[in-house]
Design a protein around this ligand. Structure first.
Ligand SMILES: CC(C)(O)[C@@H](O)C(=O)O
Length: 600
């Protein structure tokens, strides 16, 4: 436990607003208006930390909605520790619903949160997270503003059951849509099984992007140990909400800030834990983004170098068979981290939000069920994590190795002359609308060796970068028993998908990436051993295609539909750089370096 010098009440940031004798008018304006709904003068001026609660729950965001209840316990904890809670809304982010994609809103929510944390009288903040992008938006903002901040996840839903079968959110949908296409089930059965996968409040009960990102917050040291994966309805979830509120107040007195915690070591821990969890292919995008805002160099090569040597320990869908409840009971993120710590794969000295080190937090944790959380010596896969692929089509694209199934391996990677490599003819789709319109067209000639390519799906092409690369084969092929094909694209895929796709190709077609030059019928060679994807077309031919494309005004994609789509498209960085906004990462520690100016 580190001992940190304690702040005195007159050093609280909120004093600028509530107890600033130099500007009595400005001060009075703040005080009188907060009193108009019953806050007392004593609460505002007696030197108690003001703790913001960034509320990500609303009727529009079902995965985060129970934060509306949970924050009552957060407020109890804040008050018990002597603080004053101020709850405020965040811009809604909900992946399942938001069109054209909730990823468009991550940076918008980030910007909004930065302005609130910087410009309002907050000494610290509790960040309520749940659905995928809520966690990175919060952590990016925490790094930029750098006031004491702590993450409270809402936790996953209870396990889904259909009869006696576990049905995991997202993962079951990708399976069911194939069964629907194969004619094995009808739409009514499809829908009833799908809805069974979501039995309670909480976010995806699989190791999709939501569970992954909340686990990343814990692995980074930004939430209380063991809190990430407590299912939403469990009583421990409310208890940890209370503890989080209390801890937020203490962190203010200790002046413990996000940039004290978000170090290179913390990010390396997150990468290692992500691999062992079989975490979402969206994690590198978001974790790289948080790192950029924290000023820590991190890229997709780090993900391969640090992560691909790590075995898969969490037997949770989509890479495994269990769901959030079993994972939590088996010990959750601390048990996984402890197993990796024993192997020297975790920086045990990394500081965490409770003022203790990662080793202090997890050393005593042990898996309670070594089928759900495997021992290091008995993993599900020995080398998990991501391979960072490169070649003449892109500088970086990721493949999640923990979801390479035995069937995929047998069909594509077990050629004795060429292990870990395969070649195939591509069929190219320009955006998801084109895919849906044409996938069943027999004229495309898709067979069991075809590689499906989706372009125009990156942060510029499909503003935000949609989860559309996980394409299923044509119905006719599925009916013949071929229910998956290799997919490649400049967009993302759902973290709940078990498809070993080549994702997040950067630069994307819409910003001049060579994917724009690809034509259906071209052949691709994918070599996982060498970390390479090559378009088997001569350089001369590529140059002439590039010239032609230029003559036609470049790669075409649908226009902007809203002002934010246009603004984000002009500023957004590629997926491998975290899809952050150009220039935003220059702002760091702004609460201290650049306190907000007077408003009156
Ligand atoms: C299941 C969703 C909506 O696709 C997403 O939450 C993810 O896991 O990536």
């Amino acid at each position: 436990m580190t001992q940190r010098p304690r702040l005195t009440p007159d050093q609280l940031r909120s004093r600028w607003w509530f107890d600033n004798a130099e500007h009595p008018g400005t001060t009075a304006l703040c005080i009188e208006r907060y009193m108009n709904y019953g806050v007392t003068l004593d609460e505002l001026t007696s030197g108690r930390p003001i703790i913001g609660i960034a509320q990500s729950g609303s009727d529009l965001t079902p995965c985060n909605r129970h934060h509306i209840e949970l924050v009552k316990r957060v407020k109890d904890g804040i008050r018990a520790a002597g603080g004053v809670p101020f709850e405020f809304p965040m811009h809604p982010i909900h992946e399942n619903v938001r069109r054209p994609t909730a990823a468009l809103d991550r940076n918008l929510a980030y910007l909004g949160l930065v302005e609130v944390l910087h410009g309002y009288p907050l000494d610290g903040v509790v960040l309520t997270t749940g659905c995928d992008k809520t966690t990175p938006a919060c952590l990016m903002a925490a790094a930029t503003v750098n006031i004491p901040a702590i993450v409270l996840s809402g936790g996953p839903m209870l396990n889904g059951w259909h009869g006696n079968q576990r049905v995991g959110s997202g993962t079951i949908i990708w399976e069911l849509r194939k069964r629907l296409a194969a004619g094995e089930i009808d739409y009514a059965e499809f829908l009833s099984t799908a809805t069974d996968s979501a039995p309670s409040v909480g976010h995806c009960n699989t190791m999709g992007t939501a569970s992954t990102m909340n686990s990343m917050a814990e692995a980074l040291g930004m939430s209380l140990p063991g809190s990430a994966m407590i299912p939403g309805p469990y009583k421990e979830r409310s208890m940890v909400a209370y503890d989080t509120g209390q801890r937020a107040v203490e962190m203010v007195w200790e002046d413990l800030r996000p940039l004290d915690i978000l170090t290179r070591e913390a990010f390396e821990n997150a990468i290692v834990v992500c691999s062992a969890l079989g975490g979402s292919s969206n994690a590198p995008v978001h974790v790289n983004a948080i790192a950029r805002h924290a000023g820590v160099p991190l890229d997709n090569d780090d993900w391969q170098q640090l992560g691909h040597r790590v075995p898969l320990l969490a037997n949770v869908m989509p890479a495994g068979v269990y769901l959030g409840e079993e994972f939590h009971r088996a010990g959750g993120v601390p048990a996984v981290t402890a197993e990796l710590l024993k192997q020297g794969m975790i920086h045990g000295e990394a500081l965490t939000i409770n003022g203790r080190t990662m080793a202090d937090n997890v050393s005593d944790c042990e898996t309670q069920d070594d089928d759900v959380i495997r021992r290091f010596a008995d993993p599900l896969t020995t080398r998990a994590g991501f391979i960072n692929l490169k070649g003449n089509l892109f500088d970086s694209a990721l493949m999640k190795t923990s979801v390479i199934s035995a069937d995929f391996r047998r069909r594509f990677l077990e050629n004795p002359d060429d292990p870990d490599a395969f070649e195939g003819k591509v069929v190219v789709f320009d955006g998801s609308e084109d895919y849906h319109a044409r996938i069943d067209d027999p004229a495309l000639g898709i067979d069991a060796t075809t590689i499906l390519v989706m372009r125009g799906a990156g942060p510029v092409g499909h503003p935000g970068g949609a989860e559309v690369v996980n394409m299923q084969p044509p119905e006719a092929l599925i009916r013949q028993g071929v229910d998956s094909l290799p997919c490649l694209g400049d967009g993302r895929q759902s973290g709940t998908s078990g498809s070993p796709s080549i994702l997040n190709a950067s630069p994307e077609a819409a910003t001049g990436g060579p994917l724009a030059l690809l034509q259906s019928g071209d052949r691709l060679r994918v070599d996982l051993g060498r970390g390479e994807v090559r378009l088997l077309v001569s350089d001369q031919e590529l140059t002439s295609r590039r010239e032609q494309l230029k003559c036609h005004g470049g790669y075409a994609y649908p226009g902007h539909q809203t002002p934010w789509q246009e603004i984000q498209r002009t500023l957004v960085e590629p997926l491998d750089r975290g899809m952050t906004l150009r220039g935003a990462d220059h702002y760091r520690d702004v609460a201290r370096r650049s306190p907000p100016r007077d408003n009156h």
